[in-house]
Design a protein around this ligand. Structure first.
Ligand code: SF4
Length: 346
């Protein structure tokens, strides 16, 4: 059976340096190659022009350089860009550029499909095929940074892990990608500009706190009542609110970083006074703020955005309890790029 060549980008800098030493070269050569791979983002060994032809051939014999490709790009009338990204094994994920007056945010995917089953989310209908590798996550950020410079004349400023997949179910690779994104040898971005958004996996939230991560945490909460959350996010039966709450208190005690709760208000599901009261109580366990997000219906009609009276009620009661609340308008609706709409629909 022919040897399957390894992706050189899956190697650490030290491993690349060791490879050169083992093959009779200087470890310094590894530094040069690493720089080509990560700072200059080249796609072939041939492009490494300060490396001899023989050495390039030697690398070619051992490795491949896997890269993602933009398979399709759609631009919304509001400046949002959605990319269908083809991976080396032809699977597709989506990532989105979201511009506002002051910032450009990349919304990136962490899995192909999703392991969880949130009823309101288009991605949940795609079964999880695999986790993304660190370089596949990193490359989405590079693609969006380039698009931001090209179409909006400024570099990418923020990253949210809110695309396809549950990032905490692919924790190690997400962490490695963030290391690279924040490293001076990668994109050098501040971890304070990165938000990892989870549906709430208590064990992993505690692990993040123990790992002393520097990025921000958002939780897709959508209800602070177990019976309601069980119906819209069935994995809540496995990870009930009591466990989630305990992990969030642990997070805050260890990191001192406040938590953002992402929250959609749906007609007839969580639009009553008792739902707001439960949210207020939940917010009191650890310093937090609430983002109320406009909902973008997926095609079955079961979930409908609540009317503005319900949204106003949430805002007023949260503010009366000194909880910061923002109401976020959705972007890119005309290209199905909004929250919960990512499902490889072309
Ligand atoms: S909302 Fe997030 S965690 Fe839930 S199914 Fe969709 S992608 Fe997965």
């Amino acid at each position: 059976m022919a040897d399957i060549k390894k992706d050189i980008r899956a190697l650490t800098k030290d491993q690349i340096r060791e490879f050169f030493v083992k093959n009779g070269d200087k470890s310094f050569r590894g530094n040069q190659v690493y720089e080509w791979l990560w700072q200059r983002g080249i796609h072939s060994f041939e492009e490494m022009t300060n490396i001899s032809k023989e050495t390039r051939q030697m690398m070619e014999n051992h490795f491949v350089i896997n890269h993602i490709k933009v398979d399709q790009m759609q631009r919304s009338s509001d400046g949002t860009i959605k990319n269908a990204i083809k991976l080396h094994d032809n699977l597709i994920v989506e990532s989105v550029l979201i511009p506002t007056a002051t910032r450009t945010t990349a919304c990136v995917s962490s899995q192909v499909g999703c392991s969880l089953d949130c009823k309101f989310c288009a991605t949940s209908r795609l079964k999880r095929m695999r986790n993304l590798n660190p370089d596949e996550i990193y490359d989405q950020v590079v693609v969006i940074d380039n698009e931001s410079r090209l179409y909006h004349d400024r570099p990418l400023s923020n990253i949210v892990f809110m695309g396809m997949g549950e990032p905490l179910m692919n924790y190690n690779n997400v962490l490695k990608a963030i290391d690279k994104i924040t490293s001076p040898e990668g994109l050098g971005m501040s971890p304070k500009r990165i938000v990892v958004s989870t549906s709430g996996v208590p064990k992993m939230i505690k692990k993040m706190a123990d790992d002393n991560v520097k990025f921000k945490l958002a939780v897709s909460l959508h209800s602070a009542i177990d019976e309601v959350r069980d119906t819209i996010m069935p994995f809540n039966k496995t990870f009930p609110l009591k466990d989630l709450r305990e992990s969030l208190v642990y997070w805050y005690e260890k990191t001192k970083n406040r938590i953002t709760y992402e929250y959609v208000v749906w007609q007839g599901i969580n639009d009553k006074r008792k739902d707001v009261d439960a949210l207020v109580q939940f917010c009191k366990f650890a310093p937090s703020k609430v983002n109320i997000i406009e909902y973008n219906p997926i095609d079955d009609g079961m979930f409908q955005q609540a009317d503005s009276l319900a949204i106003d009620m949430y805002r007023d009661i949260l503010e009366a309890n000194n909880i910061t609340v923002t109401i976020r308008r959705s972007r890119g609706k005309d290209i199905d790029a909004a929250c919960g709409q990512l499902a490889n629909k072309k």
